[in-house]
Design a protein around this ligand. Structure first.
Ligand SMILES: Cc1cc2nc3c(=O)[nH]c(=O)nc-3n(C[C@H](O)[C@H](O)[C@H](O)COP(=O)(O)OP(=O)(O)OC[C@H]3O[C@@H](n4cnc5c(N)ncnc54)[C@H](O)[C@@H]3O)c2cc1C
Length: 437
């Protein structure tokens, strides 16, 4: 089956063949394939132009749920949205969530995704109890911290390369309310950001920042610092209360030929958005859905970047280099006049991620979208790479479509261990690109 786009950024745009794994009992292909979830990875780590994408879309069953302990077992293709709908009414929540709930549980494991609570809960893999890994030689490995441990750690953040996860079991976290107590602080520059990040890490479970990437000089790095905690009093957790969200969704109905995101619209949007909040500090209580998933309310928002698609640049730089490197990165982006409405900055905590190849590590993490404008975009991103490389940082494979083999291998020195555990029939365009240099 051919479909127009298989990764969220729609860059690179390469034809793919999609095949559904019919059930947990079906044998794996004996030719080149790559496990596939909902294609919410931005670049080419979820693409395999030389073989097929083996989709988990038919594996949507919950296997067991214990409302007393919060242990949930499900097939690979169950989405985080499905999980929330089942468990919130029983007083449980995802231990870690990325900025979209339209991702599968296996995809969340394979990228070891992180969320607004990285500083307090680390990444998704830290909450996975066990899973089954199917290898194309017919083996089915039960993987946990006590069984097949090598495969357990290599599959968390293992980019789908070690085998097909058929089911997984995770530990949820308890909640007493669907609501989040939120503080939004309008801060003036990067210095203020780092002070707020430090001060908030102790007392707020969730933190993240929307940042004005067009601001320069003394305004460099300005934005809105968002921090929140689950409301502690017991509140209505019923399915009826849950169904209030998601609110009415909007869809971008078609892909325009050219990007609607350009230097002018970005500058205007950023200035207006920054000014939107008048008070320095705003406090309010908000349903978890708009707090965690503001982008999910506009379905297929990725289309606004036009037919050429877009790239997200997501990097992390170690704490000691964070302030200087972020200053240089943001200055370079602001000077280029490129960038977008969506810029996220966050400091990550120092609880170690479990995956052999996890992106999440202590430091400052910046994510920004760029409409693809050919050589101009690639040259700018290569300049950003130099800053990240000198600071000893890393780019996030889930968002990447172009980093060099050299930068990848410097940032992920364990890649050869993963290569040894890789299933012989599994590969991705990303893996071909970053391991062959
Ligand atoms: C709006 C938006 C916001 C996001 N915010 C964040 C964020 O805050 N933090 C973050 O970390 N990420 C974020 N992401 C990225 C997203 O969470 C990850 O890319 C996620 O892994 C996508 O899951 P998926 O089910 O779509 O998997 P896909 O993108 O289809 O695949 C991802 C990886 O999982 C592997 N895989 C899929 N199924 C299986 C299986 N059954 N067995 C083995 N491997 C498998 C694939 O081979 C691939 O390597 C965001 C994405 C979007 C679109």
């Amino acid at each position: 089956m051919m479909r127009q786009s298989f990764s969220w950024g729609n860059y690179p745009h390469k034809p793919q063949r999609l095949q559904k794994l019919a059930s947990l009992d079906t044998d794996l292909p004996q030719h080149s394939f790559l496990p596939y979830g909902m294609g919410r990875s931005y670049g080419d780590s979820c693409l395999n132009s030389e073989g097929v994408l083996l989709s988990s879309a038919a594996l949507k069953r919950f296997i067991s749920f214990d409302p007393a302990s919060g242990i949930l077992k499900m097939e690979a293709g169950v989405s985080l949205a499905d999980i929330l709908a089942l468990v919130v009414p029983h007083g449980w929540f995802l231990p870690v969530s990325p900025g979209s709930k339209f991702v599968t549980v296996a995809g969340a494991i394979a990228n070891d995704v992180h969320g607004k609570n990285h500083h307090s809960a680390a990444s998704f893999g830290n909450h996975v109890l066990q899973f089954e890994l199917c290898r194309s030689d017919g083996r089915r490995l039960l993987c946990s911290e006590s069984e097949n441990t090598e495969f357990f750690y290599a599959t968390i953040g293992g980019l789908g390369l070690t085998g097909f996860i058929s089911w997984a079991e995770i530990q949820l976290k308890p909640i007493t309310s669907m609501m989040i107590d939120v503080e939004s602080i309008k801060y003036r520059n990067l210095d203020e950001f780092f002070v707020l990040a430090k001060e908030s890490a102790e007392s707020f479970e969730y933190t993240a920042v929307w940042l004005d990437a067009s601001a320069k000089g003394s305004d460099l790095g300005r934005g809105h610092f968002l921090r929140g905690n689950h409301v502690e009093e017991t509140n209505d957790l019923s399915s009826k209360a849950l169904s209030v969200f998601p609110q009415k969704r909007h869809t971008v109905p078609f892909t325009p030929p050219l990007s609607l995101v350009n230097g002018l619209s970005v500058k205007l949007f950023n200035q207006l958005y920054y000014a939107r909040q008048r008070a320095i500090k705003k406090q309010f209580t908000q349903h978890f859905d708009p707090f965690f998933y503001p982008l999910d309310s506009i379905l297929q928002w990725n289309r606004i970047y036009g037919r050429a698609g877009f790239l997200q640049y997501q990097c992390i730089v170690p704490t000691a280099q964070a302030e200087a490197a972020m200053r240089e990165l943001l200055q370079t982006i602001a000077d280029s006049g490129s960038g977008s409405f969506l810029v996220v900055l966050k400091t990550m905590g120092d609880i170690a991620s479990k995956g052999l190849l996890s992106f999440s590590r202590p430091g400052a993490n910046l994510a920004i979208d760029f409409p693809f404008q050919g050589k101009k975009t690639l040259t700018l991103l290569s300049r950003l790479d130099q800053i990240v490389k000198s600071a000893g940082g890393a780019l996030y494979p889930a968002k990447d479509a172009r980093m060099s083999a050299e930068l990848f291998q410097q940032a992920y020195p364990q890649w050869q261990q993963l290569e040894q555990l890789r299933d012989a029939n599994i590969t991705s365009d990303f893996w071909q690109r970053v391991t062959k240099g």
